[in-house]
Design a protein around this ligand. Structure first.
Ligand code: NAP
Length: 221
């Protein structure tokens, strides 16, 4: 199903910086009428089309308040995420839990809160990673592999209410999350453009770079 961006209303979690901010900018550049951009410590926006909302995705109450406020949104982007818990053997177990709590359960809280209003043509976008399919990043990899699986099951669960579910997969991208890594990185604006293309065309998945397209081959479903 396709979703027209022009005049639409969207929510982007973590939409005030990094990839989330690039997605907000791309949605607005393509004609979205209003975008709710969340942050745990929000800064005012100078753009009248941006509604800044304080939200913590690990807190179901905070997410429910966001869904109430953004009751007119028909596009929801689960972008908020954290890295950490690299070693499954030696990282603090609470840190491992907290990465999974944010990246998997956070996305699930938001999805459950918004699912009713996405019925009848809405779009849910969940940002996973190439590390859904590659080893070596401990808790982060677990959270993104689980999110891949969740994306595939949510697509089945939501298809009978006519809601698109788009899984987004990407390698290193130039944001503060990987600022200390000296490696080639995607431009967040380019990833954002592909995500918004995917929303518009009703894609099941967005594979943002060559490494991700290669890693996807062979992963069933
Ligand atoms: N950068 C990469 O190389 C890369 C690669 C693959 C996938 N990704 C994924 O892309 C997404 C965006 O990450 P990024 O690269 O833009 O990283 P980033 O610059 O570190 O931004 C992370 C965003 O997540 C929000 N966030 C984190 N924890 C949150 C929580 N508990 N509740 C609400 N919001 C929370 C932050 O919002 P505030 O701090 O403003 O509250 C911030 O906007 C993440 O899902 C990440 O896993 C990134």
């Amino acid at each position: 199903m396709s979703h027209q961006i022009k005049g639409s209303t969207a929510v982007v979690t973590g939409g005030q910086r990094g990839l989330g901010k690039a997605i907000v900018d791309e949605l607005l550049a393509r004609g979205a009428g209003k975008v709710y951009a969340t942050s745990r410590s929000p800064e005012p926006s100078t753009d009248p089309r941006v509604v800044v909302v304080q939200a913590e995705v690990t807190d179901a109450h905070s997410v429910d308040k966001l869904a109430e406020l953004a009751g007119d949104a028909t596009i929801v982007v689960n972008n908020a995420g954290v890295t950490g818990g690299k070693s499954l053997l030696s990282s603090d177990l609470d840190e491992i839990r907290s990465v999974i709590e944010t990246n998997l359960f956070g996305a699930l809280h938001v999805t459950r809160a918004f699912a009713p209003q996405l019925a009848g043509g809405g779009t849910l976008v969940n940002i996973a990673s190439v590390l859904s399919w590659l080893p070596g990043f401990g808790a982060y990899g677990i959270s993104k592999a689980a999110l891949w699986s969740a994306n595939n099951s949510l697509r089945l669960e939501l298809q009978n209410q006519d809601t698109d579910v788009i899984g987004v997969y990407l390698g290193y991208t130039d944001t503060s999350m990987v600022a200390d890594l000296d490696v080639p990185k995607n431009d967040p604006a380019d990833v954002a453009r592909q995500i918004v293309d995917g929303i518009e065309s009703g894609a099941a998945e967005v594979l943002a770079d060559e490494l991700t397209r290669q890693a996807r081959v062979g992963a069933f479903a």
